[in-house]
Design a protein around this ligand. Structure first.
Ligand SMILES: Cc1cc2nc3c(=O)[nH]c(=O)nc-3n(C[C@H](O)[C@H](O)[C@H](O)COP(=O)(O)OP(=O)(O)OC[C@H]3O[C@@H](n4cnc5c(N)ncnc54)[C@H](O)[C@@H]3O)c2cc1C
Ligand code: SF4
Ligand code: SF4
Length: 746
C-alpha cells in the first residue's frame, strides 16, 4: 500500500536540517492541499532570521519539482522577497500533464479555499495547465523545466550544493516537491524498453484496429483498456485472480466490455517478455504454469507509481518506520539498565558464584544511568531500536511494578518497586492512574485540536470529549475518590457500606463501564453479588444493544484502553500494520476470548466441581499475568511509537472480539445500524487507509463503493478515515432499512 513517506517534523522539515518536503510526497493527496503546504512552508522559512542569504551566489531557496506544491511555494517565496529557483525534471506540472487527454480535474475539498497564487477550480487538465503557465509568465518565476535534481550535498556552512543534470547551484534551503506519481512502476522483463511498450496512455485515439495488451488491474489500467477497446482488440493481463480496487463504474463498464468480447481478461498471469508484435505471458492455472504468446502491436504497462525511496535516501532523507541502529545493542543496554536498578534496589542475589548481592547501590545507580543514558543518546542520534529499548524500559517498569502489586513485582523491582513508586502516602496504583489520565488529557487535547478544531469536525470533537470524560469520571474520580466517599458517607446504603468485602473492592468500580471479558473479574470475587448483576446486564444486554446501533464505537468513544491509544498513541496511528498478512493475525483476540470464557466458566463452576478448582486458579493467574499485564500493558504501549496505538485492541482484546461477533451477526441479519459508505469521487490517494489505526484498507472499499461494516472489517467507528478524506468520499451511512429484510423474505 502506498502509505510510506519521508519522516517529517511538524513544519515539514526532514531529518536533514534545511531540507523540507511538501505536497504529495509529504501526504497532501490533492492539488488544493499540496498548494496549501507550499504556502505554509514558505511562511515558516521566511520567518527565520537567516532566511535570506547575503551571498549573491547562494539562492535563498531552491524548489525541486514544479507541480502544484512546488509552483505555489516558489510563487509564495517570491512574494516574501526570497530569491527562489524551481527545478523541474519534466514539463511544468508534469503529473497533471500526464493525465489522459481532457481529464476533468476536481478542486476538492470544497470546505477550504485554494491558498496562494496558483489558480484552482474544477477544469479540464489542459485549461488548468494553461492558467498555470500564464501565472508563471506574469510573475517572471524562474522555473527551469527539463532539468531534474541529481544530488544534494549539505556543506559545513549549512548551505546546500545542488547538482541538476545541467548545472550546479548553491542554496540556503531546499523544498522538495517531487510528488510520488512521477516514477511509473516497471515489470523489469526483457523487451520492456521497446518503443511499442508504454507506461502511460496519453492519446488513446492514436490507436485503431490493433492488438493491444494492457498490464495491470487498477483503475488507470482498466480505464485505459476501456477507451482503447472502443477501436481495438484489447487483452488485460493481471497477476491476481480478480480486480479488488476498481471504481464501481469501471467494474460495470469492464463487465459489459468482456461480455461483448471487446476485452479479454487473462487473470493470474505475468508478462515474461515483450517481443516484436507479441508478448509472452505466463499463466497460473491452479498451480500449473502455462506460457501463452499473445499478439501485441502496442502494450501499456499501467501498474502504478513507485515512491523514489532510493533517490530520497541518496539525499539523506530518512523514511517513516525505518529501523535504524542495532536491536542487540538496544536489548543489551536495556538489560544493563535493569541490572543497575536491581543493584540499586538492594535485592540482588548472588548468581553462578558471582557475588552480585555485594554490589553497592551507587554502582547500580551508575550502571543504570550509563546504560539508560546511552540509549537516550543513541535515540537522539537516530537509533530507532534505542527508542524501542527505552519505551520497553518505561512501560515494563510501570506495569511490572503496579499490576503484580507490592511484594510480587517483576524483576528487578521485586520487593522494593511498589514501595518506591508509592509517593506522598498514595500507592503506586494511584500514581499509575494519575499518569494514565494525564497522558490521555494532554495528548487528548492535542488530538482534539488536530482532528476536531483544525478540521472543524464536530464528530471528532465530541468523540475526544467522550473519551476524556469517561477516563476522568469512570476510570479516575470514581475508583480513586468517589467510591471511598460512597462508603464513608454511606451513599451506597448502610449494609453495603459496612460490608468489608464490598468496601475493600474499589477496583470493581472499573466494572461500571468495562464489560466482561475486558473486566475479567466481573462474575467472581463478589460476595455481595451486586457487581455480578451489573456485569451480566452490562455485558449481555447493554453492550449488545449498543453494538446494534454503533458497531464497535465502544473502542473509540468509551474505553480507557482505546482512549490511551486514541490520544497518546494517535500521532503514530499511520504506523499500524497494513495488508492481508497483518489482518490474519487478528485471530489472536478470538484465542484470548476463548481462553477468558473457559477460565470464567471454570471459576463459576469450581465450587460444585472439585476437579476444576486447580485449573480455575491456574487460569486466573495465567490470565492476570499474560492478558492483564503483558498484552494490555507492557507490549502494546511499548509498541505505540512503532506499530500505532491499537495493538491491544486489534490483536488481543477479547471484548473487541466479542463486540465484533455481535456486530458481524447483526450486519449479516441486516439489522445493524453501523456502516461507512463511499460516493464515487475517490482518487485513490490512500489517506484513509494510511490513517486507519486498525489497518483496514479503507481505500479498497471506497474505490468499489462497497459499504464498510463489521461483517467485512474490524472497524471501530473512529471516523478518522471520514475526516481525512480530501474528497469527502466517506460518510457514516444511513442504516440498512429493516424493510429490506422483509422485502427479501417476500
Ligand atoms: C489519476 C489521478 C487523478 C487525480 N485527480 C485529481 C483531481 O481531480 N483533483 C486533485 O486535486 N488531485 C488529483 N490527483 C492528485 C494530484 O495529482 C496530486 O495531489 C498533485 O499533483 C500533487 O502535487 P505535487 O506538487 O505534490 O506533486 P506533483 O504534481 O506530482 O509534482 C511533482 C513534480 O516534481 C517533478 N519531479 C520529480 N522528480 C524530480 C526531480 N528529481 N527533479 C526535478 N523535478 C522532479 C515531477 O516531474 C512533477 O512535475 C490525481 C492524481 C492521479 C494520479
Ligand atoms: S475504517 Fe475508518 S472509522 Fe473504521 S477504524 Fe478505520 S479509520 Fe476508524
Ligand atoms: S476514500 Fe480514501 S483513497 Fe479515496 S479519496 Fe478519500 S481518503 Fe483518498
Amino acid at each position: 500500500m502506498p502509505t510510506r513517506r519521508p519522516a517529517l517534523r511538524g513544519n515539514n522539515e526532514s531529518n536533514v536540517p534545511g531540507l523540507y518536503v511538501i505536497g504529495d510526497l509529504a501526504g497532501a493527496p490533492v492539488i488544493k492541499l499540496a498548494m496549501a503546504q507550499g504556502v505554509a512552508v514558505i511562511d515558516h522559512i521566511a520567518a527565520k532570521p537567516d532566511a535570506r542569504s547575503a551571498d549573491p551566489n547562494v539562492y535563498d531557496l531552491i524548489v525541486v519539482g514544479a507541480g502544484a506544491a512546488g509552483l505555489n511555494a516558489a510563487l509564495a517565496a517570491q512574494d516574501k522577497g526570497l530569491r527562489a529557483l524551481a527545478l523541474e525534471k519534466g514539463k511544468i506540472a508534469n503529473t497533471i500533464e500526464n493525465f489522459p487527454e481532457g481529464k476533468w480535474v476536481y478542486a476538492e475539498p470544497d470546505s477550504s479555499p485554494p491558498k496562494g497564487k496558483l489558480w484552482l477550480d474544477g477544469a479540464r487538465k489542459e485549461d488548468l495547465i494553461g492558467r498555470w503557465s500564464q501565472i508563471i509568465t506574469e510573475n517572471h518565476l524562474d522555473v527551469r523545466a527539463e532539468e531534474g535534481l541529481k544530488a544534494l550535498e549539505r556543506q559545513k556552512d549549512g548551505t546546500f550544493r545542488v547538482t541538476s543534470d545541467k548545472a550546479e547551484y548553491r542554496a540556503r534551503r531546499i523544498v522538495l516537491a517531487t510528488g510520488q506519481r512521477g516514477n511509473p512502476r516497471k515489470l523489469r522483463v526483457p523487451g520492456e524498453d521497446r518503443e511499442r511498450v508504454y507506461h502511460r496512455l496519453y492519446s488513446p485515439r492514436h490507436y485503431k484496429n490493433e492488438d493491444i495488451l494492457v498490464v495491470g488491474g487498477g483503475n488507470s489500467a482498466i480505464e485505459a483498456a476501456l477507451v482503447l477497446a472502443e477501436r481495438n482488440r484489447v487483452r488485460i493481463s493481471y497477476r491476481a485472480s480478480e480486480f479488488s480496487r476498481l471504481f464501481k463504474d469501471n467494474d460495470r463498464k469492464l463487465n459489459e466490455a468482456v461480455a461483448q468480447k471487446r476485452i479479454e481478461l487473462i487473470f493470474n498471469s505475468n508478462v515474461c517478455e515483450f517481443r516484436e508484435k507479441e508478448a509472452v505471458v505466463e499463466v497460473d492455472r491452479g498451480g500449473h504454469q502455462e506460457r501463452l504468446t499473445v499478439p501485441c502491436d502496442h502494450a501499456f504497462v499501467l501498474i502504478g507509481a513507485e515512491l523514489p525511496v532510493q533517490f530520497l535516501k541518496s539525499l539523506g532523507i530518512r523514511m517513516e518506520n525505518e529501523w535504524t541502529g542495532s536491536l542487540w545493542r538496544a536489548a543489551a543496554l536495556a538489560f544493563a539498565t535493569l541490572l543497575g536498578l536491581w543493584f540499586l534496589g538492594g535485592h540482588a542475589a548472588n548468581w553462578a558464584g558471582l557475588p552480585l548481592a555485594e554490589v553497592p547501590r551507587f554502582a547500580g545507580v551508575l550502571l543504570a544511568a550509563a546504560a539508560g543514558g546511552a540509549l537516550v543518546a543513541l535515540g537522539f542520534r537516530g537509533d530507532r531500536y534505542a527508542w524501542l529499548g527505552l519505551s520497553f524500559l518505561a512501560w515494563y517498569t510501570v506495569y511490572g511494578v503496579k499490576s503484580p502489586g507490592a511484594g510480587a513485582e517483576f524483576w528487578p523491582y521485586r520487593g522494593w518497586g511498589f514501595q518506591a513508586l508509592s509517593l506522598f502516602g498514595r500507592p503506586a496504583t494511584f500514581w499509575y492512574t494519575v499518569l494514565y489520565t494525564t497522558l490521555m488529557t494532554v495528548f487528548g487535547i492535542q488530538a482534539i485540536k488536530r482532528w476536531g478544531l483544525d478540521r472543524r469536525d464536530k464528530f471528532q470533537i465530541w468523540r475526544y470529549i467522550s473519551l476524556l470524560s469517561f477516563q476522568w469520571i469512570f476510570f479516575f474520580l470514581i475508583p480513586e475518590f468517589l467510591f471511598q466517599w460512597a462508603i464513608k458517607y454511606q451513599w451506597v446504603g448502610e449494609r453495603l457500606a459496612n460490608d468489608p468485602a464490598f468496601a475493600g473492592q474499589a477496583w470493581r468500580s472499573y466494572g461500571l463501564v468495562y464489560a466482561w471479558p475486558l473486566f475479567f473479574y466481573a462474575f467472581f470475587y463478589d460476595p455481595a453479588k451486586i457487581w455480578v448483576l451489573w456485569g451480566v446486564l452490562l455485558s449481555f444486554v447493554i453492550i449488545p444493544l449498543f453494538v446494534l446501533f454503533h458497531g464497535k464505537r465502544y473502542c473509540s468513544w468509551i474505553c480507557g484502553c482505546g482512549g490511551l491509544a486514541e490520544t497518546f498513541g494517535d500521532r503514530w496511528r499511520h504506523l499500524a500494520p497494513k495488508g492481508r498478512a497483518s489482518m490474519r493475525w487478528e485471530w489472536m483476540n478470538l484465542a484470548v476470548l476463548i481462553f477468558a470464557a473457559a477460565v470464567t466458566l471454570a471459576m463459576l463452576l469450581r465450587d460444585g466441581v472439585a476437579l476444576l478448582r486447580q485449573p480455575a486458579a491456574w487460569g486466573v493467574n495465567a490470565y492476570h499475568l499474560y492478558a492483564d499485564i503483558w498484552l494490555v500493558g507492557i507490549l502494546p504501549v511499548t509498541l505505540y511509537p512503532f506499530l500505532g496505538g491499537k495493538v491491544w485492541c486489534r490483536y488481543w482484546c477479547p471484548l473487541a472480539k466479542l463486540m465484533h461477533l455481535f456486530s458481524a451477526a447483526y450486519t449479516k441479519l441486516g439489522i445493524s445500524r453501523f456502516r461507512i459508505e463511499a460516493n464515487d469521487k475517490c482518487i485513490a490517494c490512500s489517506e484513509c487507509t494510511r490513517n486507519c489505526q486498525v489497518g483496514i484498507d479503507v481505500m479498497s472499499y471506497a474505490l468499489k463503493q462497497q459499504p464498510l461494516d463489521n461483517a467485512t472489517s474490524s472497524c471501530i467507528g473512529c471516523g478518522i478515515c471520514v475526516s481525512v478524506c480530501p474528497m469527502d468520499v466517506l460518510s457514516f451511512g444511513p442504516p440498512p432499512k429493516l424493510v429490506q429484510i422483509s422485502a427479501t423474505r417476500n
